[in-house]
Design a protein around this ligand. Structure first.
Ligand SMILES: [Ca+2]
Length: 341
């Protein structure tokens, strides 16, 4: 263990950061109900991407593999009994800003299923990612994130790993940077200023996604953990609960229950949900104050949108197996080669 830690701490990797792991307070009793109860959680050491995966990185993956994302494929009718044929066309969910205040209880007032929307066309078929190479990739369904992770040799973080990393060492802080949302008026993340969803003041400089790394890093040197885009985690979306034993943190921690992750408000549709974290450029004080490490949402695994992306980790057990060697020189050259992407 110590050898791993000492070694990874000085790895010449520009794009990943070593997280030592530890015990922290996960969740919150002060905000939304789904974040309760605040409870102790333990994670082991891991290495995590400094930024969300970008369009450029995802384009490399697609170029190398020919991978086609879920949003680019027609849905299978047998998977969606009763769905209208137009709903089976390749499509994804896009935010469309209304021109005036709308009923906030109906999210269809701003979410639209758009045929031809995908990671290359974030707002629909007439849009593109030209000049957005360094923006986080979006319109990524869970299986797309997993496919990229498998290709590049990393993994999605658990919710606990993600939240520990997002806190940046501030064990119980409300925000990833402290207790004040905008210290001295400074915007610390790409969120929504103004009255959602019709008034986007963009005081932070961005109406939509921003290139990664435009806002201050957290205490662990990680960028965009909060705001910009939501990020997939590997946990099923179930209620927080106390860990049964302190020994069971890290990779072996709770992964939840696929069946219990179904949305109870739509009992006829059984699409399991994974936890997404961090909030996005659409999170606003008047609607969704989820620009905090403890915040969480359940995202159906088959649903891609214009504000959900991902970042990846390498866990210490796998890292120790595949990268560590008794010979330090071999170790460092291998690690350098494999962590520089
Ligand atoms: Ca913004």
């Amino acid at each position: 263990m110590e050898k791993f830690r000492e070694t990874v701490c000085w790895l010449p990797s520009a794009n990943m950061r070593f997280i030592r792991g530890g015990t922290f307070v996960m969740g919150s009793d002060k905000h939304y109900e789904e974040e309760q109860p605040a409870h102790a959680e333990t994670v082991d050491a891991f290495v995590i991407d400094k930024y969300p995966v970008t369009n450029e990185q995802f384009a490399n993956f697609v170029h190398e593999t020919g991978y086609v994302t879920l949003a680019e494929r027609p849905a299978r009718a047998e998977d969606y009994p009763g769905a209208k044929s137009e709903m089976l066309r390749p499509a994804s969910v896009v935010f469309q800003q209304p021109r005036c205040p709308v009923d906030l209880s109906n999210h269809y007032n701003w979410w639209t299923y758009v045929a031809g929307a995908d990671w290359r066309h974030p707002e629909g078929p007439n849009s593109s990612i030209d000049n957005r190479a360094q923006h986080p990739v979006v319109h990524i369904a869970y299986e797309d994130a997993e496919a990229y992770a498998t290709w590049i040799g990393k993994e999605l973080p658990t919710e606990a790993e993600w939240e520990f990393a997002a806190r940046g060492g501030l064990n119980t802080g409300t925000y990833a940077w402290g207790e004040e949302f905008a210290p001295d008026g400074r915007q610390m993340a790409n969120t929504w200023q103004g009255e959602f969803p019709w008034q986007n003041l963009a005081i932070d400089g961005y109406e939509g996604t921003a290139p990664v790394g435009q806002f201050p890093p957290n205490g662990f040197g990680l960028f965009d953990m909060i705001g910009n885009v939501w990020e997939w985690t590997s946990d099923w979306y179930v209620a927080h609960r106390q860990p049964q034993k302190a020994c069971c943190g890290g990779e072996g921690a709770k992964h939840g229950d696929r069946e219990r992750s179904y949305d109870p408000t739509i009992p006829g549709i059984k699409i399991p949900r994974k936890v997404i974290k961090g909030g996005s450029f659409l999170c606003a004080p008047n609607y969704c104050r989820r620009y905090r490490p403890a915040a969480r949402m359940g995202q159906p695994i088959d649903t891609s949108t214009c504000h959900v992306g991902f970042r990846l980790i390498i866990r210490q057990r796998r890292f120790a197996t595949e990268f560590l060697s008794p010979e330090a020189d071999v170790l460092n050259s291998n690690a350098s080669a494999n962590l520089s992407y």
